[in-house]
Structure formats: C-alpha cells, structure tokens
Design a protein around this ligand. Sequence first.
Ligand code: IMP
Length: 434
Amino acid sequence: MPNIIVVGAQWGDEGKGKIIDLLTSNVRHVIRAQGGNNAGHTINIRGEDFKLHLIPSGILQPHTQCYIGAGTVLNPQVLLEEIAGLEKRGIGVRGRLWISKTAHVILPHHIVIDSLLEKRKGSLAVGTTGRGIGPCYSDKALRIGLRMGDLLDRDRLRTHLTDLMALKNEEIVKVYGAEPLDAEEIVRQYADFGQQLEPYLSNVESQISHAVTTQEGVLFEGAQGTYLDVTSGTYPFVTSCNTVAGGMCVGAGVGPRHIDHTLGIVKAYSTRVGNGPLPTEIAENFVDPVAARELGTTTGRQRRQGWFDAVLVKQAARMNGFDSMVVTKLDILDELSHIKICTGYLLDGQELDRLPTDPRDWEKLEPIYQILPGWQSSTREARHWDDLPTNAQEYLRTIETLCETPISMLSIGPERDSTIAILDLFSKKETSHR
Ligand code: IMP
C-alpha cells in the first residue's frame, strides 16, 4: 500500500476532508502532523455532516488507526470534546486514536495572548482563528512549551507550569494590562486532562515509522494549505507551522523517501479566510457563500472568493512536489457563462509568473486572465470523465496544462459518491478513460 501525503494547494478549505475520507477506504493508518484546531474539515456521510478540527477525518472509516503527530499543537479540552462527540454518534475512538507524547499543548495563556496580541498589532494583524496556535508554536520555538507527555506527571507538570505561568502572567499584566491567569487552577485542570487522555498517548513516531516501512499504507492528512505555510506562504498572512508536504514529514517523523504520492487538493476557484493577498479576488462573490458552504468550518467567517490562480497552484505543485491533483467543487461553477483563469500578473507594467515576495507589491498586482466559456449545465450527476460537458473538460485540461500536473480525481458535490476518479492512486491505472 502506498504512503500518500494530501496537501491543500491554496489557502486551506480546499475540501480535503472528503477526499481524505474517500482515500482512507484503502489505507490502514491516517495521521495529522501539523496545525491544531485552527483547521476544520466538514465531511458529509449519507446526508450527515461531521465537523472535525483535530482528529483525522480517517476516524469516520471503521477500519483505520488514526494518529496525531508531534508536529501538531493540541488543545486537550477540544480534543476530549471531539472524542466525546464522535463516541456519542456511534464512532468508536478508543483504541483507534493515538496521540504523540511530544505534540505541544495549547494552554489558556496561548488563547488569551493570541487575541490580546491581534488587537495590539495594528497594521500587523493577521486575522487569526484565535485558537492560540501562534503563541503555542512560539513557546515551542522558545523551548518553554509543554508537551502532551508532560501532562501525565503531576509534579513535573506543576513545576513546569509554575515557572511558565510566572513568565506569561508578567507578559499578560505588564504588556497587555490584562488579568493574570490562575496557575494552580491550570495545573489541576491540565492534570485532569492528562488522566483522561492517557489511554490515547503513545509513541506515534514508532508506530508510523513501522507502518511506512512495512508498506501498510499511511495517509498524511494535511491541514490548512500551501499558502498558509510560515516559510513558503504569503507571510505574514500565514499560520505558524509548515503546512507544505515537507512539513508533514517533519511533523510525523518520517523521511521524504517513504512518500509514494503527494496529492494536491485544489479548489476549482480560489477562496481564503482572514487577511492577506488573494490576487484574483472579486468584489462581488460569484457564488452564494452559504449555498457553496463558503463559511470557514472553524470560525464561521465568510470566505473571500476569486478566480482560479494557476500561477499559485503551479508554484504549489513545485513546492510540494505534487504527483497529481484533485480538483474540488467544480459544480460551483456550473451556472457561469464564462470562467477566468489567472495565468500571470502585471506589476508596474512588468509581467510576472510568480507571486512577488514583498507584501507591498500584492495590492498593485493585476491578474492576467485566460477567459474560457462556461458550461451552464449541472455536473452534479457526472460519475465519469465522459459525462462532463465539453467546456468543463476544457477548463480542467487547461488547469492541468498550466499547473503542469495531472488531475487524478474530481469532486462535484459534498457526498462521497459525487466524485469522478480518473487515476487510481493505489493501482496507478486510469479509471475514467479520457
Ligand atoms: P492561526 O493559524 O489561527 O494563527 O491563523 C492565521 C491565519 O491562517 C488566519 O488567516 C486564519 O484564517 C488562517 N487559517 C489557519 N488555519 C486555517 C485553516 O485550516 N483553513 C483556512 N484558513 C486557516
């Protein structure tokens, strides 16, 4: 069984959850290896919506073992609520979910500082999800962070949190003029979380290492998207970890040699939540945000919309090393009379084939568009490539050519079967003849 990385090619919200859920029917192991509950997947199974923020979407397939790797940051309370929510709906989690002891813990001060800092940043505000992600990763980088394994030893936990909270309360009070947090109460609460989560804590890195080397099939479930990567994304409007395929190897503790296929998930147009560049943004949304479920799963904020940006997706294909792409939400474009694809940018009259790195240039960018005719008919019932209208096929072929990456699957609705498989990633055979 191949080991597959699934990664978002844009700014997150590409519809990875459904694709991961589908691919999971063929693998035994699914791991989340970066980010935290800033992520959110909505998966529709037989008309029922499941919203997951931390637990890999693979949990919805009964045969899988699911893991949360060292590269993630975990809010134990959210995790416990998510476990309880799934169990209540009849999805067994105990004995199927394993959490790395070296994943970092999101603490109350991370969430408090996330919002205090955002308010004080002025023009530097990013529009974070307010889940404490950035402050948790900064404590990790400062080497003062708390890890999941530390929750299990009450004495060690007390020592760590007493020193850490002295430092953080000083910051909260003196820098932000806010109320200090009660360190003793945090020790009590987090020791209790540790007790509840103990059955799930394990050496995930060894388990994954064994699974990849024995070719049992591991799916690496990416969160966020390529342009939210702290190093390669549209900095500073990014999250605080490496969201590209390489980041997932680090977060899961495996070398790139073990990856057999890197799959990019690409929405048929562009969206983003929060601040930052979206070069093809359109003032008037071309699709109803509610009908298209263009509301962020985590914060419920409306996603900004734009045309497909082939410059960025091609760049993403190179940065991640995509072997193939899945194009999602094609049906959202069904009614349009014409559809634009961005093939380059003009900056002060000069043509560019990459996004400039200087944020001051982003506002001045003028997208260069190739305009294609729409298909103005429903693709929702299509199940094979040949069922698609000719203009939809043309749109997809243009994307493949511009992004220099073959399309292996299409998604034309939220349900599991609203899918067209073109290349079987497991047998590498074409399944829908073109
Ligand atoms: P943070 O990750 O909460 O610090 O937020 C930083 C930026 O990343 C904000 O613009 C968020 O909206 C965005 N972001 C973080 N996680 C996701 C995600 O899973 N999907 C889409 N946007 C995200």
